[in-house]
Design a protein around this ligand. Structure first.
Ligand SMILES: CC(C)(COP(=O)(O)OP(=O)(O)OC[C@H]1O[C@@H](n2cnc3c(N)ncnc32)[C@H](O)[C@@H]1OP(=O)(O)O)[C@@H](O)C(=O)NCCC(=O)NCCS
Length: 182
């Protein structure tokens, strides 16, 4: 049974004790039942659920994409992070990574989202030549804005009308971490 969907930090699970409590790993077949819940309104929440179909082929072609399971040290699934390339020019040097995150409702509010996004950006900088890792979220998604800031991302500005959900165009706020950031 899933816990509350609000991510209300006033009733969180116990705080994480060490950085090693949040790990990223490739998904396995055993994760399928949990990962299947990540398409639901209950897990995605008001700022991340779209009532039209995902564009399954959005990241095909020459652009790379992937995901990681976010787990604790015992292997329990806490959430999922995703990444795909976005092009700011016609050349390889102008490719950046756009990342996304969903933390299961019962594990929100104890630093998992921040930790996982920091780890994913670290991994992308360590394993690819990319200079820029970015993320966007609905302007009112305070939890994700704070999680990104805690993960070392800097706020850049508002993307007007960038998201469409439930019949309404929504402004998004863009964050980035650069390879040269502190
Ligand atoms: C957004 C999300 C990933 C954040 O993950 P999380 O593990 O709960 O976040 P953290 O525990 O790292 O908290 C980050 C900060 O947000 C704050 N926060 C958490 N939930 C909050 C809420 N509902 N309202 C306001 N602030 C909140 C925390 O107190 C913390 O602030 P601090 O760094 O100042 O202490 C998670 O809530 C989620 O999966 N939401 C649904 C999916 C979603 O919206 N994904 C992003 C789509 S772009």
């Amino acid at each position: 049974m899933l816990g509350p969907v609000t991510g209300d930090p006033s009733s969180p699970a116990p705080p994480l004790s060490a950085a090693a409590d949040v790990l990223l790993r490739a998904p396995t077949a055993a994760d399928t039942p949990v990962l299947d819940t990540f398409g639901s309104r209950e897990v995605r929440g008001e700022h991340d659920f779209y009532d039209d179909a995902d564009l399954a082929d959005l990241h095909h072609g020459s652009f790379r994409a992937g995901s990681r399971v976010v787990s604790d040290a015992t292997g329990q699934v806490l959430g999922r992070v995703t990444f795909h390339e976005v092009a700011y020019g016609p050349n390889r040097g102008s490719l950046a990574w756009r990342i996304g995150v969903t933390v299961l409702p019962e594990h929100r509010g104890r630093g998992v989202g921040a930790r996982a996004q920091r780890l994913l950006a670290d991994e992308l900088f360590a394993t690819t030549a990319a200079f820029r890792v970015e993320a966007d979220t609905d302007v009112p998604n305070v939890a994700e804005r704070r999680a990104l800031a805690a993960a070392g991302f800097r706020e850049e500005g508002v993307l007007r009308g960038a998201r469409w959900r439930a019949g309404v165009r929504r402004d998004a706020v863009l964050f980035s971490r650069l390879r040269t950031d502190d």
